[in-house]
Design a protein around this ligand. Structure first.
Ligand code: ATP
Ligand code: RIB
Length: 345
């Protein structure tokens, strides 16, 4: 029997403390909020859950193997009772999540502003996520049975780890398809770390910050965030040309997303805007970006395991589906629990 495609997510695991409020209080103000609930979160584990759930073609069949690499605080009751079971129920293998003594699991304090269409503000405390720092060990775990079809990374683990992994998995020795979602964005990123990256996913803010973070991109003229869309063809062309990134996706919140693909063999570019799916009511946007990344990564893993490379991957079709999944996510509260299963799309 052919083996299933494999995705390994190397990233953060957090406990999210989510407060729903009618508006955000001003400095020095105390305001009665509506509720505070505790959820499983973290960009890494949210994206792992999105990959795991996207891979369910029916309630009992999962066609992609999804594994999470990261760290939590040893003996954390929230990990045992909330995070781990949520990952497991979503089809994510947690055997490579290390429990580190003497540190807390990462946390995120999230304010969801009901008065602003469920928009969120997040305060992230890394905790154990900053102990994901043994590069050699991570590389050997990630490649123990050969390189996976897809590796997914974000910005909530230490920058040297992320840059080291990007260099390792974008280069010949362990070359594979890396999906990189630099959220939060690092202050600086060497262009060499992005060289030959398969997929970059950024939101509008991160897209503009990237042009400040990479020295070779700093002289390129960038617009204001409100006026970004008409400039995306030009900006993404620079990313294809200077960094040889194959696929760039810019998520545009309630306006959907923009994608740009540069084919290495035909040297042609394909690009387009996909409007967001219409939703009746936005409840909480937390995890929408993670849902998008997970769905796109799962589609990519299926393609790569069949075709042997990124060439020919239908980015438009995969993005349409990821866009549908992300729209479902914004209609429910929390991050992981609001991510739909593949068979629900
Ligand atoms: P977050 O940090 O809140 O998880 P993000 O900033 O990383 O999100 P966004 O660009 O806000 O990412 O949203 C990601 C995707 O979610 C969008 O590309 C779109 O597919 C979907 N989405 C977001 N907001 C809406 C909305 N109001 N209606 C429908 N779909 C939405
Ligand atoms: O992308 C959403 C996630 O970012 C939340 O679950 C929270 O943990 C934050 O870090």
């Amino acid at each position: 029997m052919a083996r299933k495609p494999i995705i390994r997510i190397i990233g953060s695991l957090n406990i999210d403390f989510v407060t729903l409020t009618p508006r955000v209080p001003g400095p020095g103000e105390t305001l009665e909020a509506k509720s505070m609930t505790v959820h499983a979160g973290g960009k890494g584990s949210n994206q792992a859950v999105a990959c795991g759930k996207a891979a369910y073609t029916s309630p009992t069949e999962q066609d992609v193997q999804v594994e999470m690499l990261g760290a939590v605080g040893a003996g954390d009751p929230y990990y045992a009772s909330l995070l781990k079971p949520t990952l497991t129920k979503s089809g994510v293998d947690t055997r490579y999540v290390e429990e580190v003594e003497g540190v807390q699991t990462g946390t995120a304090t999230i304010i969801v502003d009901e008065g602003s269409n469920g928009e969120n503000r997040i305060l992230f405390v890394p905790g154990a996520n900053h102990h994901v720092d043994d590069l050699d060990k991570i590389i050997s775990t990630t490649t123990q049975d050969g390189v996976p079809d897809v590796i997914v990374m974000q910005g909530e683990i230490p920058k040297p780890t992320v840059l080291g992994l990007l260099s390792t998995f974008n280069s010949d020795r362990h070359k594979t398809c890396v999906v990189f979602n630099p959220a939060p964005m690092f202050d600086t990123i060497p262009l060499s770390a992005l060289k030959d990256l398969a997929v970059l996913v950024v939101n509008e803010t991160e897209c503009l910050l990237l042009f400040k973070a990479v020295q070779e991109l700093r002289d390129i003229e960038t617009p204001s965030e409100e006026n970004l869309t008409p400039h995306l063809d030009r900006l993404t062309s620079h990313l294809h040309d200077l960094a040889s990134i194959s696929i760039v996706v810019v998520t545009l919140g309630s306006r959907g997303l923009y994608y740009s693909v540069a084919s290495k063999s035909t040297r042609q570019q394909a690009r387009g805007l996909i409007p967001a799916a219409k939703v009746a009511k936005v409840v909480d946007t937390t995890g929408a970006g993670d849902t998008f990344v997970g769905y796109l990564s799962t589609a990519l893993a299926r393609h790569v395991s069949k075709q042997g490379s990124l060439e020919g991957f239908d980015v438009q079709e995969a993005s349409l589906r990821a866009n549908e999944a992300a729209a479902k996510c914004v209609q429910r509260s929390g991050a992981m629990e609001s991510i739909p299963f593949g068979y629900e799309i």
